[in-house]
Design a protein around this ligand. Structure first.
Ligand SMILES: [Zn+2]
Length: 255
């Protein structure tokens, strides 16, 4: 593996027409892939893909935006034990897309996921998003982790500030960056100040394709553009930086 995309969704319908093509394009470039589950059917599909492909893994969870729906948590408990499931996620808090009355339910479902991760001793893949009017979901997620978690957690699509980053690093947790680093400059400071052993690369495909494919459907192949941009923003030598972020993912997810 030369690169790794630790958070994408190749099981989504956006790839129904050319899923194997997208997988082949990534595999030719030695890109490892973690397909992230967002509900029960999408977690099952992520596992099916991982079973059929090398250097591909899966995660299982209920996305916070689905927390208020009816779901069978015991199905997740079974999936969590699967050898190709390397994390519990994406779970967490999305205060951007929620009404105040949804937040309590999100916290409850988040804690349920943390307890499952503790039980199977696998890390968490977190989706944390601040609300409007400076409602900080990161601070709250860190407090919940302190109270309940015995495993490490990665904050996917990290969009917090330096202070949030510091509290995450102090908890022995990690953050991952997407294609936005190729076209928005407001992530540069956090990306530069994060310790090198706490950062990873992700596409979040099919969303947020990096330059030069911005606006198109994203895919794991584009992790190359993201990883190279991360090295350049940090001013690091690619020959050191690229293997290092793959190594971080290997350690985090035991792969
Ligand atoms: Zn995602």
């Amino acid at each position: 593996m030369k690169y790794i995309d630790i958070h994408c969704h190749l099981q989504f319908p956006e790839y129904d027409a050319d899923r194997e093509g997208a997988i082949n394009r990534a595999q030719k470039e030695e890109i490892g892939i973690i397909n992230v589950g967002t509900d029960i059917p999408m977690s099952e599909k992520a596992i099916e893909l991982a079973e059929r492909h090398e250097n591909m893994w899966a995660t299982a969870a209920i996305h916070p935006n689905h927390a208020k729906e009816i779901f069978d948590f015991s199905a997740l408990e079974d999936m969590a034990k699967h050898p190709k499931v390397v994390a519990i996620g994406e779970c967490g808090l999305d205060y951007f897309h929620s009404e105040p009355e949804d937040m309590e339910k999100q916290r409850e479902v988040f804690i349920q996921h943390i307890e499952l991760a503790n039980k199977v001793n696998k890390p968490l893949m977190l989706h944390i998003r601040n609300g409007k009017d400076n409602l900080n979901a990161y601070r709250e997620a860190v407090e919940i982790l302190k109270g309940y978690s015995r495993v490490r957690a990665n904050f996917h699509f990290f969009a917090g500030n330096i202070e949030d980053l510091k509290s995450i690093v102090d908890l022995n947790c990690t953050v991952s960056f997407t294609g936005v680093v190729t076209f928005a400059r407001n992530y540069d400071e956090v990306l530069k100040s994060a310790p090198i052993d706490r950062i990873m690369s992700e596409t979040d495909a099919p969303y947020v394709a990096p330059v030069p494919n911005r606006g198109k459907r994203n895919e794991p192949l584009f992790i190359k553009d993201i990883s190279h941009a991360m090295a350049s923003i940090r001013g690091e030598d690619e020959s050191v930086f690229l293997p290092k972020i793959v190594d971080n993912a290997r350690k985090m997810f035991g792969i």
